[in-house]
Write a protein that binds this ligand. Structure first.
Ligand code: PBG
Length: 332
């Protein structure tokens, strides 16, 4: 694009900023509740709604309390919800069998939501970390993360989620070859319409800190995830990963974390034109909440500005813990 403009004073760029009416008319990007995917944490037990200490305002809920969230999401016009399990240390095992148990909290929550609010789009998380004794996204053998056996487990996990009624499968594990394997299994099991939103460009980030508290992994994780998640120094590699995952049958792709990686969002959107999402992760959320609680920033305005930044960077949608708060503000 080559902007053409007369020299000053024929061109005065402030003309188009002089009042709210004209600013609205020339606004390039718009946010709506339909752009949001709301991450929701599910745990065992009954009648539980507990706040996550490191994420003010974000709750863990037992399965019986999840339908309330689904109704709220539907009523606010939120695009989708994404379920994450919280599993205490005592529920975690080395074989991660809970991950593909049809009766695990997530699968029970999907069925409850689909029974009560069938039109709400439900996304899941596919990775072993929330079931693994050591907090890793894959099986660990002799200190190594084993790729191909992990992919077999992720396939079983995905198929059970699809069977429970999930609309979008979200592999967040960063193993090689999992998108193709999951896609083939979904086709073979007659789940042609189940979508895959691949966490294609997922970085080994310190911004995930509060989430690991949220899912009960903080105490569990041994070592780091640098042998499978991306090096924050890399950008071309993100394009190779996205190309690979689209080539294996992903319907949509994700960049994660969000704000620190907007350059990656823009490159991915410009290069592939595929539906592109960003995850405004737990650390991004908690930083805004903490600064606002200290009176250092205006929470609502910073929230909306941060969400608009994703649209400007080319994202079609945003996974954000702010989804309900932002949706309410957009309605008012
Ligand atoms: C792991 C997973 C993580 C998040 C979503 N899925 C953490 C990790 O990779 O350790 C982070 C989300 C957030 O920080 O909000 N499968």
């Amino acid at each position: 694009m080559q902007p053409i403009q007369a020299p000053y004073p024929a061109t005065r760029l402030r003309r188009l900023r002089q009042n709210a009416g004209i600013r609205g008319l020339v606004r390039e990007n718009h946010l709506s509740a339909a752009d949001f995917i709301w991450p929701v944490f599910v745990r065992d037990g009954e009648g539980i709604v507990e706040e996550i200490p490191a994420m003010p305002g974000v709750m863990r809920r037992s399965v019986d309390k999840i339908v309330d969230v689904a109704i709220e999401a539907r009523d606010l016009g939120i695009g989708a919800i994404c379920l994450f399990p919280y599993t205490g240390l005592e529920e975690r095992t080395e074989d991660c069998a809970g991950a593909w148990d049809p009766e695990n909290h997530v699968n029970r929550a999907i069925r409850a939501i689909k029974a009560a609010v069938p039109e709400l789009v439900v996304m899941t998380d596919v990775a072993l970390d929330t079931y693994n004794i050591n907090g890793h996204d894959g099986f660990v053998v002799d200190g190594q993360i084993i790729n191909d056996r992990t992919v077999d487990a992720l396939v079983k996990m995905s198929v059970e989620q699809a069977r429970a009624g999930a609309d979008i499968i979200g592999p967040s594990d960063m193993m090689d070859g999992r998108i193709g394997a999951i896609r083939a299994a979904l086709e073979a099991e007659d789940f042609q319409n189940v979508m895959i939103l691949s966490y294609a460009a997922k970085y080994a980030s310190a911004f995930y800190g509060p989430f690991r508290d949220a899912v009960g992994a903080s105490g569990a994780l041994t070592g780091d995830k640098k042998t499978y998640q991306m090096d924050p120094a890399n950008s071309d590699e993100a394009l190779r990963l996205v190309a690979r995952d689209l080539g294996e049958g992903a319907d949509m792709v994700m960049v994660k974390p969000g704000l620190p990686y907007l350059d990656i969002c823009r490159r991915v959107k410009d290069t592939f034109g595929a539906p592109t999402f960003a995850y405004q992760v737990s650390g991004e959320y908690s930083m805004i909440k903490a600064a606002a609680a200290q009176g250092m920033i205006d929470e609502d305005r910073v929230m909306m500005e941060s969400l608009m930044a994703f649209k400007r960077a080319g994202c079609d949608g945003i996974l954000t813990y702010f989804a309900p708060a932002a949706a309410k503000l957009l309605q008012s």
